[in-house]
Design a protein around this ligand. Structure first.
Ligand code: CO
Length: 734
């Protein structure tokens, strides 16, 4: 209920402001004044009903005056022009049905913000003369250079926004000046003191009401009259014009219709987008529904003899400032214009333009608030420059040209950012070079990518991961394709991941991969034959069962094969390998292996074998995050943390890494000894013995770390699971 009251009050405020705007825009468009009012009424009642926007107000637009003027000059007659307006509406309905409205989401943000600020500044500068009673220019004109039609009487003679302000200073009208400035002061006072107490009543309504009464009180010398007041023309059936359907055979009509449809659509979508951003409730207007609504509005406006319509920011902003909560306000504002034309002409015609100018200046100051500039400058040049350019371009040309210039500048910065953004990251580890492509890989990244590819050493592996790339420029794909061909000569193996165009490995590569795979099976065949030749019962013996002597816990690294480096026959090693030979008590896999080998296989030895140059340890030592692996290598980070003092003494980074690998192995040895399974077996049998090794990839040699852990003395009592180790002495050394 409170919302309904608010909407009614705000609709009156918007309606009052809309009337002189409709009239002024009709004048500036060079069309009958009533055409502006018709467009205002249709914009409210019809478009307001069909639109899904909550705050936007539609009506005749200042941004279209230039186009309407030019169109009428081309088409000669107003009724022919109306035919084009109807057709423009039909086109907009088609645009909506074709769902092209979504393109409006492409308007760059700084351009939309620039547009709001520019319209704010335009309101301040263009309304200032009206505020002080210099009503030479039609009310609501927005373009910088005045045309003859923008001027109420007389020619434009090189007039523009600035000259108009200068002239206004030279001819201050004391009455209007008084009303204008006191209305403005009242608006600020209302915001400051009264708005909270009377939240339903918009300050603009109070200001206009006080201005009308005040003007009556002013002495005859000061009282404003004539051209300083609103002047609604009389509505008579005979001054309604209707479209001339004969003009449908005139090809010019279609061109004008297309122009109006395009420009009005763009302006409407921009306006609703901008108002959506101002909406305190953050509601979003579906753009295609808006095009449909605008199209229906223009068809009806054209049929009734009205101007083309768009959603307009100024009236929308007044609507918002007056406290509108829903689209009821926009619809009702159309009804008020109609009522004003039919029965309230005398009342409306008593409103001083200066008071309405005050309402618009008040809104303009809000829209052009310097905080916008501050906010944009915080976002950096790529936002600030398009914003400022948009503001200046709109100020010194008109809305449409300004938006175009702003969009071009913004597009330039968007392209530049794409260029600056990294298209990929390179990660090298030994013989493997990994190139991870980012979301957007553009033409601009081609040169750098090319030099990275050139630097990949012969005989190594190149992995290109495109799994996160959304778009890859065709030039970049060509480059990769080309490199693939060269790579074969340099004996570089390339693995492409996640790049759709690249996933079709070359047939040669596929064949090589298949051959490599089949080698495994043929090797097996050969091995079976060799074994049988040496020992015909070999596999029969193997099949009976295993009795391994060692549990070998090593790294998954392909260069540390347990049997190969210890030259051990099958059946000797019970093996568990994982990344960086971590003994985690949460690892069901390892814990099962441990229990089985201790309780069932009764292995005499457990060996934890790390290796220098371990990738898992390197991952743990870097501060880079690798995802899940971070959790896995966490114990290694802990080792580094616990041995800071010792490690600080080692200056050489390589030596430090080697020492960390040793400390890590020793820590895993302790982990094994901390398990009840192993302690129980030691208590009972005196085995297993647990050893720590490090294998050196560069020499092939194994270093025995001589792990010497005394369960009784070296492990904290909390790790003595029900066993008394004092009785059985040496347990865990070699
Ligand atoms: Co490793």
């Amino acid at each position: 209920m409170a919302n309904l009251k608010k909407d009614i009050a705000s609709s009156i405020a918007v309606g009052l402001v809309a009337i002189p705007l409709c009239l002024g825009i009709a004048h500036a468009s060079g069309t009958p004044l009533i055409s502006g009012l018709i467009a205002g009424i249709v914009g409210g009642l019809v478009i307001g009903s069909f639109s899904k926007s909550h705050l936007a107000v539609s009506g005749p637009a200042a941004g279209l005056t230039t186009i309407v003027l030019a169109a009428i000059a081309t088409l000669k007659d107003f009724d022919v022009f109306l035919t084009a307006v109807v057709l423009a509406g039909v086109l907009q309905v088609l645009f909506g049905k074709m769902r092209v409205g979504g393109l409006s989401r492409l308007f760059p943000s700084p351009v939309i913000k620039g547009m709001l600020s520019a319209i704010g500044l335009i309101l301040i500068m263009k309304q200032f003369p009206h505020l002080v009673g210099f009503d030479k220019e039609s009310f609501g004109v927005e373009e910088f250079f005045d045309t003859d039609k923008d001027i109420e009487s007389g020619g434009s003679q090189g007039l523009n926004t600035f000259r108009m302000i200068g002239l206004a200073f030279a001819s201050l009208e004391p009455g209007a000046f008084t009303i204008g400035l006191s209305s403005l002061a009242l608006l600020y006072f209302w915001d400051w003191k009264m708005a909270k107490r009377f939240p339903i009543i918009p300050g603009s309504l109070v200001a206009v009401g006080v201005a009308v009464l005040g003007n009556q009180v002013l002495g005859p010398g000061l009282r404003v009259a004539g051209k300083h007041l609103v002047k609604i023309p009389e509505l008579r059936p005979d001054n309604f014009v209707h479209p001339n359907w004969g003009a449908l055979s005139n090809p010019q009509v279609y061109l004008v219709a297309l122009t109006i449809a395009l420009v009005a659509s763009v302006e409407s979508l921009l306006s609703v987008e901008a108002l959506d951003r101002l909406d305190p409730q953050n509601r979003r207007t579906p753009p295609n529904a808006e095009l449909l609504a605008q199209g229906i509005g223009n068809i009806i406006s054209g049929l009734l003899g009205g101007l083309p319509i768009t959603a307009v920011i100024v009236r929308g902003s007044v609507n918002l400032a007056a406290g509108a909560t829903s689209k009821r306000s926009a619809i009702l504002h159309g009804a008020w214009i109609l009522v004003a034309c039919l029965g309230l002409r005398n009342g409306i015609n008593a409103i001083p333009l200066a008071a309405l100018a005050a309402v618009l200046v008040h809104v303009g100051i809000k829209m052009a608030h310097p905080k916008n500039l501050k906010e944009m400058s915080k976002r950096g040049w790529s936002q600030l420059v398009p914003y400022v350019v948009t503001v200046l371009a709109i100020l010194f040309t008109d809305l449409l040209i300004g938006i175009c210039i702003g969009t071009v500048v913004s597009a330039f910065f968007i392209l530049r950012n794409l260029h600056v953004a990294k298209g990929f990251t390179v990660h090298k580890s030994g013989l493997i070079t990994q190139i991870k492509l980012h979301q957007e890989v553009t033409f601009f990244h081609k040169v750098r990518l090319s030099s990275v590819l050139e630097a990949v050493p012969a005989g190594s592996v190149l992995e290109i991961d495109g799994s996160e790339a959304r778009t890859i420029d065709h030039d970049v794909l060509d480059l990769l394709e080309l490199f693939k061909a060269q790579a074969a000569h340099k004996n570089i193996e390339i693995i492409f991941g996640g790049i759709s165009l690249m996933e079709s490995f070359s047939e040669k590569q596929m064949a090589a991969m298949q051959a490599e795979y089949e080698t495994l099976l043929s090797n097996n065949q050969a091995w079976v034959e060799e074994c049988q030749k040496e020992d015909p019962q070999y596999f029969e013996r193997m099949a009976i069962g295993q009795k391994p002597t060692f549990l070998f816990i090593g790294c998954s690294d392909s260069r540390v094969p347990a049997e190969v480096i210890t030259r051990t026959e099958a059946g000797k090693l019970f093996v568990h390998r994982n990344i960086a030979n971590v003994v985690s008590l949460h690892d069901m896999n390892l814990m099962s292996v441990l229990q089985y080998s201790v309780e069932h296989l009764v292995v005499p030895h457990i060996i934890v074998c790390g290796h220098y140059g371990c990738g898992g340890v390197r991952a743990a030592l870097s501060s880079q995050s690798f995802g899940l692996i971070d959790n896995w290598v966490h114990p290694i980070k802990k080792v580094v943390d616990e041995h800071q003092a010792e490690l600080a003494l080692i200056a050489d980074a390589d030596q430090k890494e080697r020492r960390i690998i040793e400390l890590h192995v020793l820590a895993q040895v302790r982990q094994i000894l901390k398990t009840p399974v192993v302690q129980k077996s030691i208590q009972k049998l005196g085995i297993p013995r647990v050893h720590g090794w490090v294998y050196d990839l560069a020499t092939g040699k194994i270093k025995d770390l001589k792990a010497d852990v005394n369960l009784q003395d070296d492990l904290h009592p909390v790790f003595h699971y029900e066993y008394d180790f004092q009785k059985k002495a040496p347990v865990a050394q070699n």
